[in-house]
Write a protein that binds this ligand. Structure first.
Ligand SMILES: Nc1nc2c(c(=O)[nH]1)N[C@H]1C(S)=C(S)[C@@H](COP(=O)(O)O)O[C@H]1N2
Ligand SMILES: [Mo]
Length: 220
């Protein structure tokens, strides 16, 4: 935590000058917990992750098989639609882009979107390009430790920005599903849980795509 409010301001000015603070966001050192509904209790003995829909072969990995996949560590800046951003966070997990490049999963050419499917039916949708970028992670660890139950244990989708913003696209944090259980590859877009509730379909923090026009949520 920052010892003084003025320290927070100083760091915020630094990331702003580095062009890493999207419009309307402010810096936090906390990692707030935000989701709809209760935190699921997950049993690793029965847990699995299913990759299905427009893929050459459907895949179901149990926890042991998932942990044998190639792993990566990345530093990400996260941007939450509730206006906090946090910088240089250390994440570890599996890169979907790498899995595709190395032939662990083969999306069909018609696959244009991916829906993350989570415990209790939470979904969020993205164009396939976004989740194949290096700034999207199937994340198991934050700060060297397994993700806590509230943040999505044992596996969550995670999208953020690199410090140099070298990724083509990024999105607000809600485009990462906590307690992830499935990835559905689709030809057509299907708005997810918050997208149906009025959040923006693309969710680019640099364009402040928070809410879709005309929704009741947009008035808050
Ligand atoms: N399964 C699930 N994932 C979810 C959500 C949810 O309600 N259920 N909420 C999203 C929203 S709105 C946000 S802002 C982020 C918050 O992640 P955090 O709690 O780790 O900060 O999770 C996203 N992932
Ligand atoms: Mo959110």
């Amino acid at each position: 935590m920052f010892k003084r409010q003025s320290d927070r301001r100083q760091v915020e000015e630094i990331v702003r000058s580095q062009n890493r603070l999207p419009p309307g966001q402010s810096l936090t050192e906390k990692f707030p917990v935000l989701h709809y509904g209760p935190t699921p209790r997950v049993d690793l003995a029965t847990w699995d992750l299913k990759l299905f829909g427009l893929v050459e072969e459907e895949i179901i990995w149990n926890w042991e098989a998932f942990n044998q996949l190639p792993r990566t560590k990345i530093k990400l800046d996260l941007h939450c639609v509730t206006r906090w951003s946090q910088f240089d966070m250390d994440w570890e997990g599996v890169s979907l882009g790498q899995l595709v490049r190395e032939g662990f999963v083969a999306p069909k050419p018609e696959a244009k979107f991916v829906v993350q499917r989570c415990e209790y039916g939470y979904t969020t949708n993205t164009p396939i390009e976004l989740v194949l970028q290096d700034n999207f992670l199937l994340a198991t660890h934050y700060d060297g430790k397994p993700i806590t139950p509230d943040h999505g244990y044992p596996l969550r989708g995670l999208i953020g920005s690199f410090a140099d913003r070298s990724e083509p696209k990024t999105a607000y944090l809600w485009k990462g599903g906590k307690w992830l259980r499935g990835l559905e590859f689709c030809a057509d877009d299907q708005p997810g849980f918050w997208e149906k509730a009025g959040y923006h379909n693309e969710a680019d923090p640099w364009r402040e795509e928070r809410f879709s026009g005309g929704s009741w949520l947009g008035r808050f």
